[in-house]
Ligand binder design. Structure first.
Ligand code: ADP
Ligand code: 5GP
Length: 229
């Protein structure tokens, strides 16, 4: 009766560093094979265990700037003295194949995407408390004290932007947060603005076929009463 848009959904996930964005998004993608996480480029140095082309494309600052000038990025921003950007090339291809695309990006980049694609879905991941955020940053053991404080300071600015997003998910218990993000994505698929076409079949034809079905008793009530006698 309806034809829904085949195009994938563009999903933007933001939130302070340490809120659990990557942890949540990786689990969502594990559970849903039709979702792809865009791999960003960055001028930050790789952390222990990070793999080129999987976590990020790691670039020198000059190479990143060259790519900015070549219009390589859909959006880019500076965060904690490093560049981060979303390569354009694969996004449209994936969306056109009907695959949902998740961008895990900070708030300036999200703002840019909102201007470019207002119908994208914007989800903000919030830590349960400020102290929990700080302890998650510490326990992750990926930044030194100074860098943790820098990220914690940025977090206060980011949290103020939450109302610009469509949804906020508090990441207290991980499974619950993952479930909420999955539910939001599922619900989004049912929005009426994803209806591309209304396909109304011919009513008379359907009724006619129904009445012609062999096992259908076509006798009227009075005929039935007469038969009873
Ligand atoms: P982000 O991508 O937002 O910077 P991460 O996904 O790297 O955050 O998570 C930060 C740290 O917090 C990681 O060590 C991760 O294992 C941990 N973490 C994430 N979600 C939870 C949670 N719900 N409960 C406890 N620890 C969590
Ligand atoms: P991290 O150094 O912790 O990997 O990332 C720092 C911040 O940069 C996080 O908020 C992360 O979501 C964001 N980020 C990662 N990739 C991109 C990107 O392509 N564009 C923008 N604008 N932010 C990004």
């Amino acid at each position: 009766m309806i034809k829904q848009k085949k195009q994938g959904q563009l999903i933007v996930v933001s939130g302070p560093s340490g809120a659990g964005k990557d942890t949540i998004v990786n689990k969502v993608v594990e559970n849903n094979k039709n979702i792809w996480i865009s791999v960003s480029a960055t001028s930050r140095k790789p952390r222990k265990g990070e793999v080129e082309g999987v976590n990020y494309f790691f670039l020198e600052k000059e190479d990143f700037e060259e790519k900015i000038n070549n219009n390589y990025f859909l959006e880019y921003a500076e965060y904690a003295n490093n560049y981060y950007g979303t390569p354009k090339e694969k996004i449209v291809e994936k969306l056109e194949k009907g695959i949902d695309v998740i961008l895990v990006i900070e708030i300036q980049g999200a703002k840019k995407i909102k201007e470019l694609v207002p119908e994208a879905l914007f989800i903000f991941i919030m830590p349960p408390s400020e102290k929990t955020l700080l302890s998650r940053l510490k326990n992750r053991q990926t930044e030194d004290k100074e860098k943790i404080i820098e990220r914690f300071n940025i977090a206060y600015k980011e949290i103020n932007e939450v109302t610009k997003y469509n949804y906020v998910v508090v990441n207290d218990k991980l499974d619950e947060a993952v479930d909420k993000v999955e539910s939001i994505i599922k619900a989004e698929k049912c929005r009426v603005d994803r209806i591309e076409e209304m396909l109304v079949a011919n009513k008379e034809e359907i009724i006619h076929e129904f009445l012609m079905e062999e096992d259908f008793d076509n006798s009227t009530i009075s005929e039935k009463i007469m038969e009873e006698k």
